[in-house]
Design a protein around this ligand. Structure first.
Ligand SMILES: Nc1ncnc2c1ncn2[C@@H]1O[C@H](COP(=O)(O)OP(=O)(O)OP(=O)(O)O)[C@@H](O)[C@H]1O
Length: 632
């Protein structure tokens, strides 16, 4: 089915260079694509050096063998070519044939020996090169994930960060190994060209520059076509991310039910087609430019080759070189040109891989800049008092602050409730208290220590956050509760019971070992409420001084909800609790309730005080309570 791109109504659209409708969030930043051919050529040595440092770290021996083997093989190539001339000279000389063959034998033996050594070295280098590739890739990928799991949370709200990460992950990582591989091949290629060039130079000085002249148009074409391909890739990076996202929506399990329930098929296919059309236009344009560049490059290379053969013919006719040497020269030219073609293909791939690898390196810098510098890594003692003072926070790119001048004090062992209408800033504040975001203004103190001075990971060993949009980890039940902490079976069973997850687990055929992912054989899925119980069990498993429950009961049945709030009422076994909920009947027992409105604290006090105050809380509470009053 061919679907026409539809006119869009719901979002801003404008035509891009190819005349296609492009939503504002799909446009790319042309300025970032500023590195021209010259800049890139200057950058290439740095990139190659960086790739080799990476390869060296991945495996020293394989790196040394791959590089050294190719270099030595090149030496034997040159040697073999020169020895060929020594074989041909006696063969082309006068006298009886057996005598001429005998005279050529020693040189022939050397040619065979050089070819044998060259072959052996190339096999060893090739093996090392093949071994190096997966090691380099793994090293590069691990480094990438070390960074992505460390960057501050706000990075994930940043479009440029996402684009850079996607480019680094999808092309940068695999091309790191390609840069290494192609550099080694380029060394082989250069040696493969230089060896016959030197051999030709020794035969007659004019032959060497002529051979190298043929390299210029071929080299330029190789770089130009690689550049065109990269430009297309860069321009399409946002569109491609959108395409991947759409393909996930159409082919993944999780949205499959809603795609059908909302009869989204046609809409998604049309949207996919629109993005694919954009991609195709850019690809066709690129193919046209590449063909033109290649045709003109081939024409120039052909002309240069003819010139080389004419020069050789001239030398032979003019008696400046003997026939045997001219024959060896033809062999050297053929060898040089085939090495040259291979070298140009290698340079093409090296240049292109270098561009992607450059993206990988830039992303590493970008990500490293978004990692908070390590601070005090000592685990803070459980606090006596957690104090937020005049805290404000604005999400990156947002025009309005999500929080303004919020001051809250929580004493050890208290249960504090945050309530307020949707979007009033409750979750944002909880994330600030957990050190996941840093306040734009104001401070949060863990006793006397500013949270900004504490290492985030260390701090969060003391904090448990049960997020509203908790992740359904595709792991076993045990891993879903333990979440990377050391396994303590008693604690695990206790946490599951406290969250009401014990019965859910007992009903699973493999109990704690059941895999909670239907996409794998024997995997299970749970209902929304059952998942929420598992998430709550995570909160109880951690030995945390502060537990933040963000809407912990939104999917629970009445009995489970009551049981969980009872648990929290009993101060969650001595922990300090910050509870975010819209179920106001459940916050009556809280030591203090903060009512947020448009990112500010509108009211605070216990249930009785707030009801007497007769403000927003009282209004919301009465509204909810009225729904439960029996009709007369
Ligand atoms: N990642 C984000 N980037 C930009 N703005 C955000 C982001 N997350 C939330 N916001 C905005 O910040 C404000 C506060 O959001 P927050 O999630 O803290 O509200 P909430 O009180 O928890 O809402 P709810 O009751 O619906 O869970 C809202 O205006 C929201 O649109």
């Amino acid at each position: 089915m061919r679907l026409r791109p539809k006119k869009r109504r719901l979002q801003d659209v404008s035509p891009d260079r190819s005349g296609l409708d492009v939503a504002y969030w799909e446009s790319h930043d042309e300025e970032l694509l500023s590195a021209g051919l010259g800049t890139m050529a200057r950058r290439l040595p740095t990139l190659v050096a960086a790739a080799f440092r990476l390869a060296w770290r991945a495996n020293r021996r394989d790196t040394a063998v791959a590089l050294g083997g190719n270099l030595l093989a090149g030496f034997f190539t040159a040697f073999g070519l020169l020895a060929t001339s020594d074989v041909l000279s006696p063969l082309f000389a006068g006298g009886p044939t057996p005598g001429r063959v005998r005279a050529a034998l020693l040189a022939l033996l050397l040619v065979v020996l050089a070819a044998g050594l060259r072959g052996t070295l190339l096999v060893a280098a090739g093996w090392a090169q093949a071994r190096l590739k997966p090691q380099v890739e793994r090293h590069a990928e691990t480094r990438l994930f070390e960074l992505t799991t460390q960057v501050e949370l706000t990075a994930f709200d940043d479009h440029d960060f996402h684009n850079a990460m996607r480019r680094a992950r999808d092309n940068g990582v695999p091309d790191t190994a390609t840069v290494v591989e192609m550099t080694v091949s380029a060394v082989t290629g250069v040696v493969g060209v230089v060896a016959p060039a030197v051999a030709l130079g020794l035969m007659h000085p004019i032959l060497m520059p002529l051979l190298l002249v043929t390299a210029v148009p071929a080299g330029y074409t190789a770089l130009r076509t690689a550049r065109l391909r990269y430009e297309a890739f860069y321009r399409l990076s946002t569109a491609r991310r959108r395409k991947f996202m759409l393909s996930d929506l159409m082919a993944e399990r999780q949205p499959a039910a809603e795609v059908r329930a909302f009869t989204l098929r046609t809409f998604l296919l049309e949207e996919y087609d629109r993005v694919a059309e954009q991609e195709q236009q850019v690809q066709l344009e690129t193919a046209r430019h590449q063909t033109a560049a290649k045709a003109s490059g081939d024409l120039l290379t052909g002309t240069a080759t003819v010139a080389v053969y004419c020069a050789l013919g001239g030398l032979l006719v003019g008696g400046m070189i003997p026939l045997a040497m001219a024959t060896a020269a033809v062999l050297a030219i053929r060898a040089g040109q085939s090495s040259l073609t291979a070298l140009m293909q290698t340079v093409n791939r090296l240049y292109e891989a270098g561009l992607y690898f450059g993206d990988y390196l830039s992303f590493r810098e970008l990500a490293a800049a978004r990692i908070r510098s390590p601070r005090g890594t000592a685990l803070p003692a459980p606090f006596q008092r957690l104090t937020a003072e005049k805290v404000s926070f604005t999400y990156p790119g947002a025009s309005e602050p999500a929080l303004s001048d919020v001051s809250v004090t929580v004493a050890r062992g208290e249960v504090i409730a945050l309530v307020g209408e949707n979007g009033s800033g409750k979750t944002t504040f909880a994330k600030l208290l957990a050190g996941l975001y840093r306040p734009g203004k104001g401070t949060i103190h863990w006793d006397d220590t500013d949270l900004a001075e504490l290492d985030g990971d260390t701090l969060r060993q003391r904090i448990s956050v049960i997020a509203q949009d908790h992740t359904r980890w595709p792991l076993t039940v045990r891993e879903n509760i333990v979440m990377g902490r050391p396994v303590d079976d008693d604690r695990l069973v206790g946490a599951a019971a406290a969250a009401g997850a014990d019965q859910v687990i007992a009903d699973l055929p493999r109990g704690y070992d059941a895999l909670l992912d239907r996409r794998f054989r024997g995997g299970h899925d749970l209902s929304g409420g059952q998942w929420q119980r598992i998430a709550a069990a995570r909160g109880f498993y951690r030995d945390a001084a502060l537990v933040i429950f963000d809407e912990p009961t939104s999917a629970l049945d009445a009995r489970a909800e009551h049981a969980l709030f009872e648990r929290i009422r009993r101060h969650a076994d001595g922990r300090t609790v910050i509870l975010i909920t819209h179920r106001l009947a459940s916050v009556r027992f809280a030591d203090r309730i903060y009512v947020l409105e448009h990112g500010r604290i509108a009211e605070q006090g216990d249930h009785g005080e707030l009801m007497n105050h007769g403000g927003l809380y009282a209004e919301l509470y009465r509204l909810q309570a009225s729904a439960y009053q029996e009709a007369p």
